[in-house]
Design a binder for this molecule. Structure first.
Ligand code: GLU
Length: 553
């Protein structure tokens, strides 16, 4: 029985040939040097921070070279798929403004000429190549049961031999086609394996964009190509998909480095040009309990899922800036020199990537976010806050929309200055810093954080005298403060803190204590931005109302 007859027996319905697919998916018509890259996750429903860094680069290099970035869903391993797992990934990318040129854009939607971009929909294509390899004597059906494979592994372990299906351990490798055909006709379960032409004694060399030159022994394992469910294993799908989708650069986790010899062999026997590989180090963190370095984990770390940042309202740009600081070692310095530049202006360099992985530091990210928000204009803060609140706190969004001008001025307090105020680390917490500015929220049982001066009668006396004699809504800041000093003096408090410190027995306190009373009466909080600016924002009516609220209590 010929190989061709065996191949026809296994895949009777496959009529296309590899040459047909070459025509269906021709070389892309891109300019020289254009990079085609892809993000190829399993449909797990979410993007991990480590993958977000990868996609950022996968998006960036096509941007720098007029290339293409596409999203392919690798769903051949049912264990790694969850319901609506594609939509979660699409949403995460959308929320991070990572645009997809081609591929999967929704649970049931794809764009581009190189699809389908979901592996389970490409079964026929994989079968065509499997059939062709069987015809060429480079693949064969294997009938070994999982128990037999396990048995072999135990023997190999016991004899301290290399683990795997190769050489004399590859029981089905040299079976006659007649026996293969008979067992298939008898309904035995089988998988398709590569008949590896490799020699373990020989070396393969390849150049990793991050790691440089790597030397491995050639692959001689008869790896699985097609599983018993008819779907391909990663190695086979990788070779076929990345070839037919005309990928030029494969960026993926370092866990795949050791598989490169298999991939080189597959690309070679399939007649495909090998893409460039960049194996990226893991994103790690210091474990809070043990203090040891470990992989940033979806299970243990809330900050591992990119949805965390979206939900918290940490600006996309800040997350990206942070990720690039761990992506390229020279980025932070570049950013310090170009504080107002955008990520697009930075030229990415694989050589500046850490091969050993990078440490994820949430605190640093939060700091970048704080700085980033402090440099935004009041309009930008307003728009971004509304966008966040519309999704997560619609009542607050409505309030901000109702009082747009007021809210804009509120966000402007201590903003346009050399060292802008850095209260906000994210959009979620803005309400907790600003709620008291809105009469609608400043109601009910308000707890006032009065400080040094906390005697009710004294507080009332201060506020009354202030309203009667010292409040003038048209004062500039300096005059306003002079009047607070005058008020202090009239009530037996020192005009200056220094003066009080030197003669503390002569005074009841100082001007700082007085202004604290005003601040707390006005806002209920002991910590607020500039009080003068808050009072300006409030306007006369609200100032009087707020102070009377305390006086009348
Ligand atoms: N689906 C593979 C993974 O999630 C993709 C690896 C690759 O990018 O080739 O690890």
């Amino acid at each position: 029985m010929t190989n061709k007859e065996l191949a026809d027996l296994i895949y009777p319905n496959i009529t296309k040939t590899p040459e047909d697919y070459e025509k269906i998916y021709p070389e892309r018509n891109l300019k020289e040097g254009a990079v085609v890259s892809r993000f190829a996750p399993s449909p797990t429903g979410f993007v991990h921070m480590g993958s977000l860094l990868t996609t950022l680069i996968e998006r960036k290099i096509p941007d720098e070279t007029d290339g293409v970035f596409y999203l392919r869903i690798e769903d051949t391993d049912q264990k790694r798929s969850v319901e609506n797992g594609i939509q979660g990934i699409v949403n995460d990318l959308k929320n991070f403004d990572i645009k997809i040129d081609e591929g999967v854009i929704g649970e049931n939607e794809q764009i581009g000429n190189y699809g389908p971009y979901i592996q389970s929909q490409r079964k026929e294509i994989y079968e065509c190549y499997a059939k062709s390899l069987i015809e060429r004597g480079l693949a064969y059906p294997c009938f070994c049961t999982p128990e037999e494979i396990e048995e072999t592994r135990k023997i190999q372990e016991l004899n301290k031999e290399r683990i795997g299906y190769y050489g004399s351990f590859a029981k089905c490798r040299n079976m006659s086609n007649e026996e293969r055909a008979e067992r298939i006709k008898n309904g035995e379960h089988y998988i398709i394996r590569l008949k590896s032409p490799g020699d373990y004694e020989k070396k393969v060399v390849f150049n990793d964009l991050v790691r440089g030159k790597i030397i491995f022994p050639e692959n001689d394992l008869d790896v699985v190509l097609i599983k018993s469910d008819g779907l391909p294993i990663y190695h086979f799908a990788h070779a076929i998909d990345d070839h037919l989708m005309r990928t030029t650069h494969v960026l993926r986790g370092e866990e795949w480095v050791s598989s490169v010899p298999v991939h080189i062999q597959l690309f070679d026997i399939l007649g495909f040009k090998l893409p460039q590989y960049a194996h990226l180090g893991l994103v790690m963190k210091i474990d809070e309990e043990t203090g040891a370095k470990r992989k940033l984990s979806k299970r243990k770390d809330k900050e591992a899922a990119v949805s965390y940042y979206h939900n918290m309202g940490i600006p996309v740009e800040a997350v990206k800036l942070y990720l690039m600081t761990i992506g390229n070692s020279n980025f932070e310095e570049w950013l310090n020199q170009n504080p107002n530049a955008s990520l697009n202006d930075f030229k990415f360099n694989f050589k500046k990537m850490s091969a050993s992985g990078s440490l994820f530091d949430l605190e640093k990210l939060v700091n970048i976010s704080r700085n980033y928000i402090s440099r935004l204009s009041k309009e930008e803060v307003y728009d971004k806050e509304i966008a966040w609140a519309k999704e997560f706190d619609p009542d607050f969004a409505a309030l901000l929309e109702k009082h747009k001008e007021y809210a804009l001025e509120m966000f402007n307090i201590e903003r346009c200055q050399k060292k802008p105020r850095k209260d906000y680390a994210n959009f979620k917490e803005i309400k907790s810093y600003t709620w008291y500015m809105f009469d609608e929220l400043f109601t009910g049982d308000i707890s006032y954080e009065f400080q040094t001066i906390n005697d009710v009668e004294e507080i009332k006396k201060i506020l009354k005298l202030y309203l009667d004699k010292y409040y003038n809504e048209n004062d500039d800041e300096q005059t306003w403060f002079e009047r607070l000093k005058d008020l202090s003096m009239e009530l037996g408090y020192a005009r200056e803190v220094k003066e009080y410190k030197e003669n503390s027995d002569k005074y009841k306190g100082h001007v700082g204590d007085i202004s604290m009373v005003l601040r707390v009466a006005m806002t209920s909080k002991a910590m607020t931005p500039n009080l003068y600016q808050i009072m300006k924002l409030f306007g006369k009516e609200r100032v009087i109302k707020r102070l009377n609220l305390v006086i009348d209590k």
